[in-house]
Design a protein around this ligand. Sequence first.
Ligand code: NI
Length: 388
Amino acid sequence: MNGAVPADILSDVVRWRRAIHRHPELGFEEERTAALIEAELARAGVEAVRVAKTGIIATLRGEWPGKTIALRADMDALPIQERSGETFESEVPGKMHACGHDGHSAMLLGAAVALARERAALRGTVKFFFQPAEEGPGGALPLIEAGAMRGVDAVAMIHVWPTLPAGTIGIRRGPAMASCDDFDIEIRGRGGHGGYPHTAVDTIPIAAELVGALQRIASREIDPLDSIVVAIGRIDGGYRRNVIADTTRIAGTVRCLNEKVREGVPERIERITRGVCEAHRATGTVTILHGYPSVHNDPALADRIAAIARSTDGVPAVVDLDRPTMGAEDFSYYTQEAPGCMIRLGVAQPGEANPPMLHSAEFRLDESALPVGVHLFRALAHRLPADL
Ligand code: NI
């Protein structure tokens, strides 16, 4: 691998990113985004197939023997009204690239176009996954079902990160992001007049007790050294001040870093709900909605990627991240098939003390970070297949 990524490709990356940013598309609706990517891949002579409605798997076979690696970018936007103030703000009301997936797709496309010009020097095979619907309902599993991970020896992705300085690469070994499961609870009692509570079964105080009791999963049932979040995001019950609520619904989410801890959570929610409701003559029904597993970065692969990043021109800084986060990512499904690593790329503007977070209407990324992602993707494609 010689030199830097050509300047024409780096300026195309910014142009593609802005074009995708102007026209954000939600999960499995990424037709326009996919068409842009397919057109550029075709122009560069990279073989690509459409899978899972709007997903693309592109493949570049090197001229030398070696392993197969996969590099993944997500393509979808969020249902948020943009207020970033960028000159290339979303032109679609109520939709925004607030998680940086526009940048992910543009960087991976830039790397694919650059690598297509360097095929004679490539070892092994590089697969590029342009994945729909990371923000839900999830595009990773449909891609895997379409055969994306067949023969893949290692998989990596880059996510832009607003709390790291622009261009800094952050690598974490081991647990990187949490699993995410949701739950709905319906408490059924008996309605009545607020002045005669003894003739009714009031679900409001039962819901209040249950919210407190569910917090005891984290504080009293799980090893304090294992991380878990049980968050109740919505309570909905009752009619008016003097009417006893016959039904109250609670909705929440559970985040875990450890799959063993995660497996035990549904039984705990069901047992506590049943017990609290029975104690007060009501019934409780729990519905668990399973979401993404936790992301575990393979330590050996993470070390290898950190070493490659440190010796790649155009990557200014590499830091080891000592903590995972409790956000979730469907990249976890790929890491169940082969060793994987989620890489973070800082996009904070210089001097920005309190940057807008991912998923906020004000989110913006410092585009000086985009070439760093392209350089790193390209370096991984050249060097990982030879080393694994
Ligand atoms: Ni994201």
